[in-house]
Design a protein around this ligand. Structure first.
Ligand SMILES: NC(=O)c1ccc[n+]([C@@H]2O[C@H](COP(=O)([O-])OP(=O)(O)OC[C@H]3O[C@@H](n4cnc5c(N)ncnc54)[C@H](O)[C@@H]3O)[C@@H](O)[C@H]2O)c1
Length: 263
């Protein structure tokens, strides 16, 4: 299944042709770029994204090897239906990439407004980013477990998306950092749970902002957050300082810029 080769730089690459992937958040940004790459290299992909997203249109653009499954990752029913679609159209699931995510930029307590971070916002971010990721993992594992193992005993791979904010969140990122820290924290136990099934589990933690998350409705306190974020110590994590500067430096839609800066 995963015929590997070593390229001219000595890097181990993986043959993607023929693999079947499900990609959450696949209608936009990182998820869509992942789908384009996989389909471009001969894999099939099902984009799992909100019914309100333009996943249908993006899947059509990618052609016959791609399909859209309207899915809220927090819903068991939706994710099961998406996996059934993947199986019906492409026969199995080898790869799951969890990219669906949302963010808010809210302080734990806003002194100027005399206002606490709403619990609803905190719960919403945890629900989509952390619980949604776990929901997909737990259900896709059953699907992958039905695959014939390759010569190395592997049946599939699950890739999750955390963020540098899991390790070094900024002002206003309590909910987002908690959600991404949760993804980091659950990676090892889940990998240990699924290893006997031949399913690998990894998590990436991007640090540099990709110009995305365009649709987020982040209310409120961005001017204030800008000032405070600028005063913080630059991170030792490569790319993070640049991320903050890029995000804070742009004009225009400052609300969304702040979200990008913190990612
Ligand atoms: N953009 C960055 O710089 C950056 C940096 C670090 C980490 N990340 C993480 O990478 C992932 C992708 O980010 P992006 O920049 O591509 O964002 P994006 O907004 O372009 O894509 C996120 C997608 O998730 C979908 N989504 C939201 N809630 C959903 C739900 N409940 N069910 C299904 N789909 C849902 C959205 O519709 C959207 O298409 C996110 O988890 C984000 O936190 C991004």
């Amino acid at each position: 299944m995963w015929g590997a080769w070593v390229d001219s730089l000595g890097m181990r690459s993986v043959e993607l042709s023929g693999l079947v992937a499900v990609i959450t958040g696949g209608a936009s940004g990182l998820g869509l770029a992942t789908a384009e790459r996989l389909v471009g290299q001969g894999a099939s992909a099902v984009l799992l994204d909100m019914p309100t997203s333009n996943g249908e249109e993006q899947a059509k653009k990618l052609g016959k090897s791609c399909a859209f499954a309207p899915t809220d990752v927090t819903s068991e029913k939706d994710v099961q239906a998406a996996l059934a679609l993947a199986k019906e159209k492409f026969g199995r699931v080898d790869v799951a990439v969890n990219c669906a995510g949302i963010a808010v930029a809210l302080k734990t307590y806003n002194v100027k407004r005399n206002q606490a971070h709403t619990l609803e916002d905190f719960q919403r971010v945890i629900n989509v980013n952390l619980i949604g990721t776990f929901n997909v993992i737990r259900l896709v594992a059953g699907e992958m477990g039905q695959n014939e193992p390759d010569q190395e005993g592997q049946r599939g791979i699950i890739i999750n998306t955390a963020s540098v904010a899991a390790y070094e969140g900024q002002v206003g990122q309590a909910a987002y950092s908690a959600s991404k820290g949760g993804i980091v924290g659950m990676t090892l136990p889940i990998a240990r749970d699924l290893a006997p099934m031949g399913i690998r589990v990894i998590t990436i933690a991007p640090g540099k902002p990709i110009p995305s998350l365009p649709h987020l409705g982040l209310g409120g306190i961005h001017g204030q957050l800008r000032g405070e974020a600028k005063q913080q110590q630059p991170s030792s994590i490569p790319g993070h300082r640049e991320a903050l500067q890029v995000g804070l430096g742009r004009g225009g839609d400052r609300v969304n810029m702040k979200a990008r800066a913190g990612l």
